[in-house]
Write a protein that binds this ligand. Structure first.
Ligand SMILES: CC(C)(COP(=O)(O)OP(=O)(O)OC[C@H]1O[C@@H](n2cnc3c(N)ncnc32)[C@H](O)[C@@H]1OP(=O)(O)O)[C@@H](O)C(=O)NCCC(=O)NCCS
Length: 159
């Protein structure tokens, strides 16, 4: 389903690699089902935020996929909202992602750079693709919540 949504095996392989890694958070990997079939999937897993205060683990949303014949009816939105709520309940202060600045702001994502969070983006992506959702336990004066996002090895080789 992930491969079908993206028209590529890259993200499907990414899901496999995240699942096999220490950054996998099973509680934050969700599927959407219609009639017993899986038609959507989202993963929030661990990444490193590197700052002068040191390294800490943060939550990162990637990938998000909805089956081509079920897109446009709110399944992606339901998955993102549910994943954010689960991350918030888990005490995560924020969730970062690289994604469309036309899609994710409706769920509360805002540009990451003004919050001091930097994500290396592919050359074709606009700076606004680096986004963050600030959750209940986020504290703007926490120096460990500003810095450079370091992708875990599962993301190596992705552009
Ligand atoms: C992006 C995706 C997950 C959205 O899921 P969905 O269930 O179709 O989305 P929803 O039904 O919740 O929302 C539909 C809205 O998203 C918008 N949208 C869908 N894909 C978009 C994209 N790539 N960029 C910007 N907006 C997008 C639609 O235009 C629609 O907008 P509207 O509500 O203003 O009409 C799904 O289209 C998909 O799997 N695409 C292929 C994989 C992909 O690009 N994943 C995202 C990686 S960041």
């Amino acid at each position: 389903m992930v491969a079908a949504a993206f028209g590529s095996r890259v993200q499907r392989d990414l899901v496999d690699r995240i699942r096999a890694s220490s950054t996998y958070i099973p509680h934050l990997a969700l599927v959407a089902e219609v009639g017993g079939a899986i038609v959507g999937h989202v993963m929030v897993s661990g990444a490193i935020l590197r700052s002068e205060a040191g390294d800490r683990t943060i939550a990162m949303l990637s990938p998000l996929a909805v089956a081509p014949d079920h897109q446009g009816v709110g399944i992606g939105g339901a998955l993102v909202r549910t994943a954010l709520q689960a991350a918030d309940r888990r005490g995560e202060p924020l969730v970062v992602l690289e994604g469309s600045p036309r899609y994710y702001p409706r769920f509360g994502f805002v540009p990451a750079v003004p919050h001091g969070i930097h994500i290396d983006l592919p050359s074709w992506a606009s700076p606004e693709a680096a986004q963050v959702a600030l959750l209940g336990s986020y504290r703007p004066d926490d120096p460990t919540l500003r810095g450079q996002v370091v992708h875990p090895p599962a993301f190596d080789g992705l552009d």
